[in-house]
Design a protein around this ligand. Sequence first.
Ligand code: PLP
Length: 403
Amino acid sequence: MKKKELPPGLHRDTLAVRAALEPSQYGENSEALFLTSGFIQPDSETMAHRFANPLEGYTYGRTSNPTVSSFEQRLAALEGTEAAIGASTGMGAILMLCMALLKSGDHVICSRSVFGSTLNLIGREFGKFGVESTFVSQTDVNEWKKAVKPNTKLLFAETPTNPLTDVCDIQALADLAHNAGALLVVDNCFCTPALQRPIEFGADLIIHSGTKHLDGQGRVMAGAICGTAKLVNEVFGPMVRTAGMTLAPFNAWVCLKGLETLGIRMEAQSRHSLELAKWLESHPSVARVYYPGLKSHGQHELAMKQQSGSGAAVVSFDVAGKTPEERRKNAFHVIDSTQVVSIATNLGDVKTIVTHPATTSHGRLTEEQRQAAGIGQGLIRIAVGLEHVEDVKADLSRGLDTL
Ligand SMILES: *Cc1c(COP(=O)(O)O)cnc(C)c1O
């Protein structure tokens, strides 16, 4: 598991293409994909040593794999953490995090606006094992403060949120967590380290769904946790080796190569997003636009402090309409009139994706819960890709101009 020898002080753009393991004896310039479940050992003594010290050599695919190690080193270099560990999916990473850090009687505080499966995993599934949880406002730090208890072990945040792009104050939550003797976890899926590095604002652990921007081209499922070498090697490593939410080498390789272009993709996709958001804001059929890079965004200043570029690559907007029924009809008309973008559920792809949250990601909520969450029937989410932004505007105009 020898890291490539790189001089200190390299820029992130350089680390994105250079941080990895050393090449094999063949000297491949592009990092190799090691598709193997087992590794041949030179002798019994070495094998015994590697079984006792899993960080010192490869033995079995559930334990570690060189392609996965390269991905982990590159992601950690970009996030600015000491280490990272891969997982089969983003949810696999959050499962690993909770299994490794929590036990019956512990308490978690989590934003009410995090990814739906995260809410279910922490609230419902871990609830079954006696882990308590309190769900609080994304934006009101006082609610988090009031929720702290002597048994609070984790604060879990995601910023900005899906689909309304609400931002939380990472520094304030980190201070709160540390005063309570707890850890702050930030799901950095939307911004990626290209636009936001939670570690710089005091977060302890960072969650990734590699499925989104790290792959960036919608091909594989992957996840990761970034944090200190101690937590990664001594707490999460043993958990993933035991429980098996291991990242597959092929998926790691796709994400490893994806990280090489992450910076330029995020820069371009967030630039397109800002342009699209501004255009939507001036369209007469649009009631409201949600995008951190807009001055009209409720937390524009905080977002610009935490996030670089113009924020992220997701823009949501409410289509105008008098009643919820009419707004839903109008939203469906805009979505169904598109001829270029994809009607799909993923995000973080170079192909622009359009979704109707009220009937998909938030479809299982009751109407009251949806209203409380601000997810109206007229809401459309655009995960902005790399098409020419004028073509995306024209595609949305087909429906917006004919309402
Ligand atoms: C998609 C997503 C996840 C889950 O990732 P999977 O790879 O689908 O398991 C977690 N958090 C956020 C913010 C996401 O968008």
